[in-house]
Design a protein around this ligand. Structure first.
Ligand code: PGA
Length: 251
């Protein structure tokens, strides 16, 4: 059975003072019934990992470079994230795909680098509003899935996050039927691409997950957790989402 995962993406938010939110979260969930992950900006990874110590709340990065070192000013290698205390890394987030022109092939190369450093990659994909309106959602996410997964992807080193671009930071979410349709298609796509691993790979939903809608989203078949942006910044909000995930039916 897949263990559920609540992953928080702090994006470009967070200074040292905000580590108090991570501490509060870990105190609220000393023995959680799901995996919990916080992905702060790179500047906070090592401090957050040190602050959390042996707590069950894991720490992750938000991006990594595809190579292990070199002349890439401003970039961070997967091994550096691991060295700083990260166990996971978000890759191919739509903001990276849009702001930095990341292609599926680049995301796959980054995921391969993450694997090499012993990190679990949370590979993000999702359609734009125009693509959904054009009826292209399943084709788009199917293409992204196939193109963004490296050889060697396993249930242990890979998580998929379905994040419709139009739902991120907007307060709008797909219907439960729409989420179910995409997650079923992703599970089927995984069964074709990685038959031995597909049943174990966790599929997260992301995009405007809040305490108020979390339980309904977590009741959707094949939703193994969430990638949460804005509502992960405050421990009280993220904690309510985690509580909903802990009591959700098995996916
Ligand atoms: P949001 O962001 O929860 O603020 O919509 C989700 C994400 O981008 O991962």
């Amino acid at each position: 059975m897949r263990r559920k995962l609540a992953a928080g993406n702090w994006k470009m938010h967070g200074l040292g003072a905000d580590l108090a939110e991570a501490t509060a979260l870990s105190l609220a969930h000393p023995a959680p019934g799901c995996d919990i992950l916080l992905c702060p900006p790179a500047t906070l990874i090592s401090r957050m990992a040190a602050t959390l110590g042996q707590s069950p709340v894991a720490v992750g990065g938000q991006d990594c470079h595809a190579t292990d070192k070199g002349a890439h000013t401003g970039d961070v290698a997967a091994a550096m994230l691991a060295d700083a205390g990260a166990t996971h890394v978000i890759l191919g987030h739509s903001e990276r795909r849009a702001d930095h022109g990341e292609s599926d092939a680049q995301v796959a190369a980054k995921a391969a680098a993450a694997q090499g450093a012993g990190l679990t990659a949370i590979v993000c994909l999702g359609e734009t509003e125009a693509q959904r309106d054009a009826g292209e959602t399943l084709a788009v996410v199917g293409r992204q899935l196939e193109g963004s997964l490296p050889a060697g992807a396993t249930a242990a080193n890979t998580v998929i996050a379905y994040e419709p671009v139009w739902a991120i930071g907007t307060g709008r979410t797909p219907t439960e039927e729409q989420i179910a349709e995409v997650h079923a298609a992703l599970r089927a796509g995984l069964a074709r691409l990685l038959p031995a691993e597909a049943a174990g790979i966790r599929l997260l939903y992301g995009g405007s997950v809040k305490p108020a809608n979390a339980a309904a989203i977590f009741a959707v078949p094949d939703v193994d957790g969430a990638l949460v942006g804005g509502a992960s910044l405050k421990a009280v909000d993220f904690s309510a989402i985690i509580a909903a995930l802990e009591t959700a039916p098995p996916a």
